[in-house]
Design a protein around this ligand. Structure first.
Ligand code: PLP
Length: 390
């Protein structure tokens, strides 16, 4: 294909051609029996992808922000105490969003490139009785990976509802929602789930559903109110027609295909593949002399990387050269250091060739900007890591 570009940003990502083809059909009715079955199977597979057999999945037309909004609106009431653990841009967003619904929000902010130490979180939970705690699994602005398992355990220990923003992690990073005791896992279609933008997805634990049912006040959000959507999700799983708002029919057809491909690959294999991809890409960037935002390997996300520009190099020049090679990467997102780093998504169907092309484009761009690097440094590193030679 002439003029073909490789989209290596943290969402939307490159989608599997099978997924794209699956949705290129005349739109059926939202109560067509075949579509009802597709919706029902997608809900069942969401439960499996989040590893939460007793959870209630929701699939709504909207984006990841709508998933955050609906969960925030349904689980908080005016005056509720909420702890937001912020590792960057999307933590700040969650705090702002929750305040709109009258929540009293405390924020624990991580140092850039780090997570909030677990001891700090625990000290807070011991000090005050929070109703809910939110955290970003992979912060898309810093590429920091939070310790979801440990945070889930703290939520259990202090009887606090835990909400994991997994928009940049679900179906890429390891998540065992039920085993780890996480009450809500939320995500969107266009990142590691591998479907074009337009679906808000989340899975709710029985405990969080109970908290919702015990509300004293009405939900201050009409579209996102679970009271509207729960009967719809249940109807689809029972293979019965229903209506509240028209579902994004073709996107849900694509979702069924993509979830099926994800489960066929196998979750363990998929987590492993993403870990290796992340390791290989980080190693290549390090070999090129770039410093990453996350301060250690164990804090590094595997779905995207966030390298700093070399000292004194012009961001626009470097990104321009990378784009000139047909590779689309993303600029910085965290307000304080926006101009000092860039971001590369490597989740979903990304393969060795994509990694090689991207890392080589970055190497060539660095050289054009004046860096002295031996040709093939990045590619050699990627092969070494993916072949298990280091
Ligand atoms: C992308 C992203 C969001 C927002 O999702 P949209 O679909 O853009 O609304 C929220 N949280 C995280 C961690 C994200 O990566």
């Amino acid at each position: 294909m002439k003029g073909r570009k490789l989209l290596m940003i943290p969402g939307p990502i490159e989608f599997d051609p099978e997924v794209m083809q699956s949705m290129a059909i005349p739109t059926p009715s939202h109560v067509d029996p075949d579509f009802i079955a597709t919706f029902g199977r997608s809900l069942e597979m969401m439960r499996r992808v989040c590893q939460c057999p007793s959870g209630q999945p929701f699939i709504l037309a909207g984006t990841g922000t709508l998933a955050m909004d609906s969960v925030g609106a349904c689980l908080t009431e005016p005056g509720d105490l909420v702890l937001v653990i912020s590792t960057g841009y999307f933590g700040e967003r969650y705090a702002e969003l929750l305040k709109r619904y009258g929540a009293v929000v405390d924020i624990l902010r991580a140092e850039t490139g780090n997570m909030v130490p677990l001891a700090t979180v625990e000290a807070r939970l011991r000090e005050k009785k929070y109703k809910m705690m939110t955290f970003t699994h992979v912060d898309t602005s810093t590429a920091v990976l939070n310790d979801a398992r440990a945070l889930g355990a703290l939520g259990q220990k202090y009887d606090v509802l835990t909400v994991l923003d997994g928009v940049c992690s679900v179906a890429g990073e390891e998540i065992r929602q039920q085993e780890w005791g996480i009450d809500v896992v939320l995500t969107a279609s266009q990142k590691a789930i591998g479907v074009p933008p337009g679906l808000a997805l989340f899975v709710v634990s029985p405990k969080a559903m109970e908290a919702f049912k015990n509300r004293r006040t009405p939900v201050a959000n009409y579209y996102g109110d679970w009271a509207h959507w729960l009967p719809i999700m249940q109807a689809y799983e029972n293979r019965e027609p229903s209506y509240f708002g028209t579902p994004a029919v073709n996107l849900i057809i694509a979702l069924e295909k993509s979830l099926d491909l994800i489960l066929k690959e196998g979750l363990e294999e998929r987590f492993h593949r993403h870990r290796r991809t992340g390791q290989a890409f980080r190693a290549a960037m390090t070999a090129l002399g770039l410093k990453m935002i996350p301060t250690s390997e164990s804090l590094s996300a595997n779905t995207l990387s966030a390298p700093y520009y070399p000292e004194g190099m012009k961001a626009a020049d470097l990104l321009g050269h990378i784009a000139g090679a047909g590779i689309i990467v993303a600029g910085g997102l965290l307000p304080d250091i926006k101009g000092q780093y860039f971001r590369v998504g490597h989740m979903g169907v990304v393969n060795r060739n994509d990694l090689l092309a991207t890392a080589d484009a970055i190497e060539t761009a660095l050289r054009k900007c004046g860096a002295s690097l031996e040709t093939g440094t990045a590619a050699r590193t990627i092969h070494q890591v993916l072949d298990g030679r280091v």
